[in-house]
Design a protein around this ligand. Structure first.
Ligand code: SF4
Length: 364
């Protein structure tokens, strides 16, 4: 297939669904790790089309959603410093943290700017030499190479008022943490497409080997997801879990070596702090000591205060796959895209937002 509409072909979709129904004889619980897949599944009604044997859960693959309040509080504390411009992607601005949000700080006079790329943040730093520009870097292995490139570019161009607050996270370690917790028993994982374009499919090999859980990397179009589910069901029915790629046009087993080299030239692995999951060993990225002059956490003295969770919001449980948006008493009643109480409603990739927007059945 060559064109995007071909990945939405209804006739091929019907054939794939018929094959999945025919193949699926035993209960199988699948988790889509990535927020992009959560949206695709909800938008195209895939959950409702699958046979009852297949249960679909959403995982912690929305970078905005998994950013813990403690980390958001740091961004807010930075935005309150004089002569500091905080730059970040749009969704982050609206996420309520412990006591405020970046949007609120901006309303109170703080200089918080939405950018579309790290290049925009570098331009702001260049145009405001008397101020410090901090980029709030959230995202997985997909976005970290771009942020790494911005740090190198700042060095090459002598931009010494550009800083990064790294809240990047790594996917395979948190998958391991979820599987180790045993809280949710999974039979298969729909592995993220964009992350895998960078890291490849090999980092998931421990999952079938150590946990007996099937893994297939998926693209984001409806036929991509159905193809992925079909491959997962085949593995589960045959009792032969392994790592496969259903997104060959975007992902190679070895990943993108250029992006990985860039990422690990600037960042090193550290523990990551995930909303609802807590500290996960080796699941975060911090700037290497060679680049510490760009590290906002090292350069600025901030007192973000003790983190506080929003009462009634169950985003943490939803991100672990143990609850769904419909289990939240605030869903739709109090919490909606106009008045988001938690990040899963703020982010365009959040489960609550997808469930609200597309009325995704029982949210599972
Ligand atoms: Fe949090 Fe709102 Fe989702 Fe409830 S519906 S879990 S309050 S984001």
């Amino acid at each position: 297939m060559k064109y995007i509409h071909e990945y939405r072909d209804a006739e091929i979709g019907r054939k794939l669904l018929a094959r999945i129904r025919q193949r699926s004889t035993r209960p199988a619980r699948l988790m889509e790790f990535c927020g992009g897949h959560t949206v695709g599944i909800a938008k195209h009604g895939i959950r409702q089309l699958l046979p009852e044997t297949i249960e679909m859960l959403s995982g912690p693959g929305c970078p905005v959603c998994v950013t813990a309040n403690a980390d958001l509080d740091k961004a807010i504390a930075l935005a309150r410093l004089p002569d500091v411009i905080v730059t970040t992607f749009g969704d982050m601005v609206k996420v309520p943290a412990s006591r405020s949000s970046l949007q609120q700080v901006r309303a109170e006079g703080g200089d918080v700017r939405i950018v579309y790329s790290t290049q925009d943040a570098l331009d702001i730093a260049r145009d405001n030499p008397s101020k410090s520009t901090v980029f709030i870097a959230v995202g997985f292995e997909t976005t970290a190479p771009t942020v790494a490139a911005s740090v190198l570019q700042a060095g090459q161009q002598g931009i010494d008022n550009y800083f990064v607050l790294s809240q990047h996270k790594l996917c395979p370690p948190v998958m391991k943490a979820l599987l180790d917790s045993g809280e949710v028993k999974l039979d298969g994982i729909i592995c993220p497409g964009h992350v895998s374009a960078v890291i490849g499919s090999r980092p998931y090999e421990f999952i079938p080997r150590d946990y007996g859980v099937a893994c297939v990397v998926s693209g984001f179009e409806p036929l991509d997801i159905l193809h992925c589910v079909d491959m997962l069901v085949a593995q589960i029915e045959n009792g032969e879990p392994r790592v496969e790629i259903a997104y060959r046009r975007g992902v190679k087993p070895e990943g993108n070596q250029v992006a990985l080299e860039l990422l690990y030239r600037v960042f090193e692995v550290c523990d990551g702090n995930w909303r609802g999951i807590g500290a996960v060993p080796d699941s975060g990225l911090r700037l290497r000591s060679e680049y510490q002059q760009y590290d906002a956490e090292r350069v600025f003295e901030i007192e973000p205060g003790e983190p506080v969770e929003t009462r009634g919001c169950i985003c943490g449980d939803i991100l672990r796959g143990v609850k769904t948006p419909l289990d939240c008493s605030l869903f739709r009643v109090v919490c909606n895209p106009e008045n988001p109480v938690g990040p899963c409603m703020v982010s365009s990739e959040g489960s609550c937002s997808a469930c609200y927007q597309y009325g995704d059945g029982d949210g599972r």
